[in-house]
Design a protein around this ligand. Structure first.
Ligand SMILES: Nc1ncnc2c1ncn2[C@@H]1O[C@H](COP(=O)(O)OP(=O)(O)OP(=O)(O)O)[C@@H](O)[C@H]1O
Length: 491
């Protein structure tokens, strides 16, 4: 659809701003242009659209050089949203959007057709400005003015859209609506879009490919995961970022790594005596947030939290929505639901086993509540269809140190393996299959790190911290299982 070949140009011949630019955008593709301030993004867009002559190169639209189109033909092929600046307006919203239909007029407004009318209506509807179509542009907010100009470009019904920061001034609802709408046009109607973005996350989320400009030259061009690399961003923007996956789409996202020192206080190391055994729950409150990774009932997954709760419920506890019920409970007890990870057990809180393990290279605290009424052999679980009740092994491991994503995962593996070994040592069996149980049907695990102190790149069983996790969980769980068996014998 769009072919840019060896394009070099700028505002005077001697000092080109963009140099040797080569890329193409296929029909039905969305290309995002990224780059720091002054890298030449707007200049490139102006050179492609023809508002700025170029010194060298060629711009082709549908295989034909741009110069071969008449002005009206070109306007039917390509619509442009330039970077907007404050200016005096004297048009209404409707009049401004109607200008987008200019390429379809033979003489201004005398040939206004139903098609023109429906194009401007659709453009105003999809940008959410229809309700103020009669207002003067100068009386609108920056975001409303921006949406009016986007509507004007859309009303042009062109096959190729060139957009210079279309989400400028827009709040997140209107960013999402505008980009959803453009994406839908791309996917369903084969619209081709080239758009400049400052927001790297939005570009990665909505674009098929990204072009990263640096000092007027292409630094990287490819799918978002090929361009959004930490070292590329560091090179071009002189800023350290960390990337992470979008929760539901296969798109990379990034966050800044601030360079200010002292933003986060050094965490106080966690000690066994910090774990408080209350009547109804086991609790840890830390002075600064820990990075936690868990399968808890409340706030499972990865996050930063200061409160950790393992709540004892009745063995017959049944609830339609345990998440909501537990959240209510936490609020009733004065815990902040957004700063607390919580799980449940039928084991009395007083039976929790708390141990601290320290070696010359690592320091951890392990907390276990163990009930094995629901013990199950994972290899035979598919043969069971009975209803499971609360009766769990809940394991917390607090690590005084910094864990990487890999070490969090390896820590989880170490915990699970140590649990299985402890179950075997204590001869816990699956009551249905009669084979050795590997856990219970409702176990929860939490691993949380202070993220200050020693750095653990890995936490598998070959590492000092992994060895301590293995030993700590094994010994603490064996004790908890022995206590459980004694309590059952006394019942
Ligand atoms: N009208 C102009 N006349 C002369 N030089 C200009 C003009 N407009 C921009 N420039 C220069 O061209 C360079 C690239 O500007 P351009 O606007 O293309 O960058 P950009 O990547 O779009 O930046 P931003 O992210 O700040 O919008 C800058 O150094 C700028 O000073």
């Amino acid at each position: 659809m769009l072919n840019v070949k060896d394009l070099t140009g700028g505002y005077d011949e001697k000092h080109p701003i963009v140099k040797g630019i080569n890329f193409s955008v296929e029909k039905g593709q969305f290309l995002g242009v990224l780059g720091p301030n002054g890298s030449g993004k707007s200049t490139l867009l102006k050179a492609i659209s023809g508002t700025l002559p170029f010194n060298q190169g060629n711009v082709q639209i549908e295989g034909k050089s741009r110069e071969e189109y008449t002005a009206k033909e070109l306007a039917r092929k390509m619509a442009v949203l330039p970077q907007l600046h404050t200016q005096a307006f004297s048009h209404s919203v409707r009049e401004t959007v109607s200008i987008g239909r200019y390429p379809y007029q033979h003489s201004w407004l005398s040939t206004w057709t139903d098609e023109d009318e429906s194009a401007i209506k659709k453009a105003m509807e999809s940008t959410g400005i229809l309700s103020y179509e009669k207002q003067l542009l100068e009386n609108l907010s920056g975001g409303e003015q921006q949406r009016t100009y986007v509507a004007q470009a859309l009303a042009q019904s062109a096959d190729l859209l060139l957009l210079d920061e279309p989400t400028n001034h827009l709040d997140i609802e209107h960013q999402r609506k505008l980009l959803d709408m453009i994406r839908l046009e791309v996917v369903q109607n084969g619209l081709t879009v080239l758009s400049i973005f400052h927001d790297i996350n939005l570009a990665a989320l909505y674009c098929d490919r990204l072009l990263l400009l640096n000092k007027g030259e292409i630094y990287a061009l490819g799918e978002p995961h090929e361009v959004l690399k930490e070292h590329f961003i560091k090179d071009v923007y002189h800023t350290t970022i960390s990337t992470y996956p979008h929760p539901i789409l296969p798109k990379p996202q990034m966050t800044l790594m601030p360079e200010i020192k002292g933003e986060r206080e050094e965490s106080v190391p966690i000690k066994a005596e910090d774990i408080k055994i209350r009547d109804e729950y086991v609790e840890l409150h830390t002075s600064s947030a820990l990075k936690a990774f868990s399968s808890a009932v409340h706030n499972a997954g990865v996050g930063w939290y200061q409160y950790f709760v393992n709540r004892t419920v009745d063995a017959e506890y049944m609830c339609d929505d345990a998440h909501d019920e537990l959240k209510e409970y936490l609020m009733e007890k004065g815990f902040s639901p957004t700063n607390t990870v919580a799980m449940m057990t039928a084991v009395p809180a007083k039976n929790a086993v708390v141990r601290q393990f320290t070696s010359h290279e690592a320091d951890i605290v392990v907390v276990v509540t163990a009930g094995v009424g629901n013990a199950i052999d994972i290899a035979s679980a598919h043969k069971r269809e009975d209803v499971f009740h609360v009766g769990t092994i809940n394991i917390w491991v607090f690590i005084n140190g910094i864990l990487t994503d890999e070490s969090f995962m390896q820590g989880m593996i170490a915990i699970t393996e140590a649990k299985t070994k402890a179950m075997y040592t204590e001869q816990i069996k699956d009551i249905v299959s009669g084979t050795f149980a590997t856990g219970t049907s409702t176990d929860s695990v939490l691993i949380a790190a202070t993220q200050s102190g020693p750095f653990y790149e890995y936490a598998g069983s070959a590492t000092a911290v992994g060895k301590l996790i293995g030993r700590g969980v094994y010994e603490t769980l064996c004790t908890a299982l022995q206590d459980y068996k004694k309590a059952k014998e006394q019942d």
